[in-house]
Design a protein around this ligand. Structure first.
Ligand code: P53
Length: 488
């Protein structure tokens, strides 16, 4: 028996992708609210009004022009505005999760629902109440919430007026927000994650940043440093408020392989692990920068604003557990190849031993076991896989059924490898699959890239009843949980 009886089986969503109600009950906007829908071929755009009053757009991730202001424009559709309306469906949704036997439900708190601008002294009471109702609903069904404090959704006001995470002041705003969460939900929430996929900033530069120079690296590393300090301070406060709190880091986990046995490839691959995966995990788990950090900074002439107090904070703000998302593996090689991966957030050479999703993500269950064993050996802290799953096109049949055997196959294979990692000594305590209820894709803004056990009737133009339907995987996952991972 690999999985213990108290193993935390469940699923995950994020506020900005699921809740909708973007301007309801005093919520302020986040960057996702000025981001359009895209596809595997079309990027998502961020829209604005420039200094002469003209509307415009840039590819998501690029800065808007000097003097421009983010804006919602008439001619575009913004899929996150309505999400899948979890804001009004949460009772029904949590009941469905309970029907599957969920032990854990990962969700995030929208920062701008609690602090519409981000720099207020006190939170928006309606926002605070909403999450209290959600957590009470979880409690009613004996589901442990796992709460992500920041899931990419810095209030837009902080982006515009403070320069977002380029500004040290964001640490204090974040700490105020996190403190409110710990205080308000004490006794209702025990498991917390400070920053979702904190390593993305730097990993995206490593994967796609051929064009990125010293300036981008300086910015990326500096933003990360402020987030590390914010996370460490939140961990300390979270422990003071309730010593029972289990607070984790959350890393975008990609398993990197060398493309050949050329020692140069082995080295380049090791360094990819360092700069994309270990850099963040080391700071958050060990409370100090790793030995190779100086080399990374020097490579790009990075000069960080780090104070003595920051180093103290990092030291005393180590996380209690390491959590990560896992969707795919990737190849690092110094050799030229024409056989490249194409898709969304996928890069590098194609791995001939693997199959790829419709969005170009390598399906690699064994890579999950590799990641678990590697990371547990490094930190010896409890681990959770807090995102995993297959984004795929689903068909809603006339009778309301959805036959998603491809998703069942994907999840089954990954669960088997988790079991083997546990048998190899890894202390894996939980598994929350991504998008347990269908939601808006972060990468492409699509609805049709679906992950859920629960189908939501909404399309890429926002049309649909928003009704919920049980997929075949719903009944399958119920059985998996019931049998403690034995009946796959
Ligand atoms: P979507 C890129 C690569 C791996 C994971 O992604 C990523 C991203 C950013 O999109 O993000 C996580 O929706 C993220 C979730 C996101 C999920 O992966 O593009 O934490 O918010 O929805 C899946 O298919």
């Amino acid at each position: 028996m690999s999985f213990q009886d108290n193993f935390l089986w469940g699923g995950a969503i994020a506020a900005n992708q699921a809740e909708g109600a973007w301007n309801v009950d005093g919520r302020g906007p986040a960057k996702t609210d000025v981001t359009t829908g895209g596809s595997v071929k079309e990027p998502r755009y961020v829209t604005f009004i420039d200094k002469d009053g003209k509307p415009g757009k840039v590819i998501n991730g690029q800065p808007i022009p000097e003097g421009a202001k983010y804006a919602v424009l008439d001619d575009y559709y913004y899929p996150n505005h309505d999400g899948v309306d979890f804001y009004h469906h949460y009772k029904e949704d949590i009941a469905l999760l309970a029907e599957m036997g969920f032990k854990m439900f990962r969700l995030s708190i929208s920062w701008s629902r609690l602090y519409p601008h981000g720099d207020e002294e006190t939170p928006n009471p309606k926002g605070v109440e909403f999450y209290r109702s959600v957590f009470l609903e979880c409690k009613k069904h004996a589901i442990e919430p796992l709460v992500t404090i920041w899931h990419f959704d810095t209030p837009l006001y902080l982006e515009e007026h403070y320069g977002g995470w380029n500004n040290r002041q964001l640490i204090d705003f974040y700490v105020r927000f996190a403190t409110t969460c710990f205080k308000e939900y004490q006794g209702l929430v025990k498991y917390w994650l400070t920053f979702n996929e904190i390593n993305n900033t730097i990993m995206m530069l490593n994967l796609f940043g051929n064009h990125a120079g010293d300036k981008e690296h300086q910015q990326g590393y500096q933003q990360l440093h402020y987030q590390f300090v914010a996370s460490a301070k939140a961990v300390q406060i979270g422990h003071e408020i309730d010593p029972n709190n289990m607070i984790g880091c959350m890393i975008c986990g990609i398993t990197f392989y060398p493309g050949t046995c050329d020692p140069k490839d082995i080295m380049v691959n090791r360094h990819m692990w360092e700069k994309s995966i270990f850099y963040c995990g080391d700071v958050q788990c060990k409370g100090k920068y790793p030995t190779f950090a100086k080399r990374l900074w020097n490579e790009h002439h990075v000069q960080l604003d780090i104070t003595e107090q920051d180093l103290e904070d990092l030291k005393h703000g180590c996380v209690d557990m390491y959590t990560f998302s896992y969707y795919m593996s990737s190849i690092e090689t110094t050799h030229e190849t024409d056989d490249m991966v194409s898709g969304n957030f996928a890069a590098g050479a194609r791995n001939p031993y693997l199959t790829y999703s419709d969005w170009g993500w390598a399906q690699d269950p064994l890579g999950l076991r590799y990641y678990l064993e590697m990371i547990y050996d490094r930190y010896e802290k409890p681990l959770m896989v807090v995102e995993n799953g297959l984004g795929a096109y689903d068909t809603l049949e006339e009778d309301g059924s959805i036959h998603d055997d491809y998703r069942i196959d994907y999840l089954r294979d990954h669960i088997k490898e988790m079991g083997k990692a546990i048998d190899n000594g890894v202390n894996l305590i939980g598994y929350t699959t991504w998008g347990c209820i269908d939601l808006v894709s972060a990468g492409t803004g699509e609805m049709r890239k679906r992950y859920g056990f629960i189908y939501v009737d909404k399309d890429d133009q926002g049309h649909g009843t928003y009704n919920r339907y049980r997929k075949d995987s719903f009944y399958w996952y119920k059985k998996v949980i019931e049998s403690h991972g034995e009946d796959l």
